[in-house]
Design a protein around this ligand. Structure first.
Ligand code: ATP
Length: 270
């Protein structure tokens, strides 16, 4: 809904501390934080800051979290929308939404615009399009390109977008002055999974038998979102068993459940 776009100017409390692992991505994006904190310092020196960066990686790896943390670290407003909101939208609505969003962000600049699932609007034009082009998705994409090009160098709005399909994006999006920077947000390795577990067990009452080292070894292929899920599920399992703390076995049960769920999901897809 339209209201959604305007409701989001609330203070962001997410910071890099909430984002476990992803050291490389954090390092790369730090420059954007520095810029948003003090844009004048950069522009006075004549430096050019990217207008946009693309966060690329599998689902649930923390792209949204990272984008939010940039806003939190820099203490600037965060405006977001999802590409999937634009699917099956009435003619003109998508483009006008994009226009409104950029106007808002500009008024509150320095600020961040985050576009999740940008592939939903940013798919290469002319493909999978039996009606022969100029559909609403295309209008929305064109508006987005127009807005990004319209930004002068004095505009302190940074546009971050997330996708797990950078390969299908319209090349026009990646052109200089648009999303000309890609930041990879990969699945966590064992050590990173350990760190993600540490973040997500914080609100839980843990038994001393819980072995996060073991759990991070047992969860190859899990995303950050999967691990957050495991931790929450473990607490539910513990409650069901009338435990007063969350035990190691509750985590193992939760892992089994999540693995079961993932297997089912994959079966449906293939
Ligand atoms: P999608 O591509 O599905 O939109 P995403 O990459 O944007 O996913 P997020 O929405 O940021 O993923 O992650 C979902 C949730 O998973 C987060 O809110 C957080 O709880 C947890 N999570 C994911 N990655 C991490 C991480 N690196 N550190 C801590 N928590 C994480």
């Amino acid at each position: 809904s339209r209201a959604k776009v305007f409701d989001q100017n609330t203070k962001v409390r997410t910071t890099f501390k909430d984002v476990a692992g992803l050291e490389g991505a954090k390092e790369e994006i730090q420059e954007i934080v520095e810029f948003l904190k003090n844009p004048d310092k950069f522009t006075k020196l004549g430096g050019k800051i990217p207008k946009g960066a693309l966060l690329v990686g599998p689902p649930g790896t923390g792209k949204t979290l990272l984008a939010k943390a940039v806003a939190g670290e820099a203490d600037v407003p965060f405006f977001s929308l999802s590409g999937s909101d634009f699917v099956e939208m009435f003619v003109g609505v998508g483009a006008s939404r994009v226009r409104d969003l950029f106007k808002q962000a500009q008024t509150k600049s320095p600020s961040i615009i985050f576009i999740d699932e940008i592939d939903a609007i940013g798919r290469a034009r002319g493909k999978n399009n039996i009606t022969g082009g100029n559909d609403e998705r295309e209008n929305t994409l064109n508006q987005l390109l127009t807005e990004m090009d319209g930004f002068g160098t004095d505009t302190n709005v940074i546009v971050l977008a997330a996708t797990n399909r950078a390969d299908i994006l319209d090349k026009a999006l990646m052109r200089a002055g648009r999303f000309d920077r890609q930041i990879y947000v990969d699945l966590p390795d064992k050590n990173e999974r350990f760190e993600i577990f540490e973040v997500h067990v914080k609100p839980l009452k843990l038994d001393k038998d819980v072995d996060l080292e073991f759990l991070s070894k047992q969860t190859p292929g899990f995303s950050g979102a999967d691990i957050a899920n495991v931790c929450n599920e473990a607490a539910l399992v513990a409650a069901r068993k009338d435990h007063t703390t969350v035990h190691h076995q509750d985590f193992l049960d939760a892992v089994d459940r999540i693995v079961g769920g993932l297997e089912k999901k994959n079966k449906i897809i293939t």
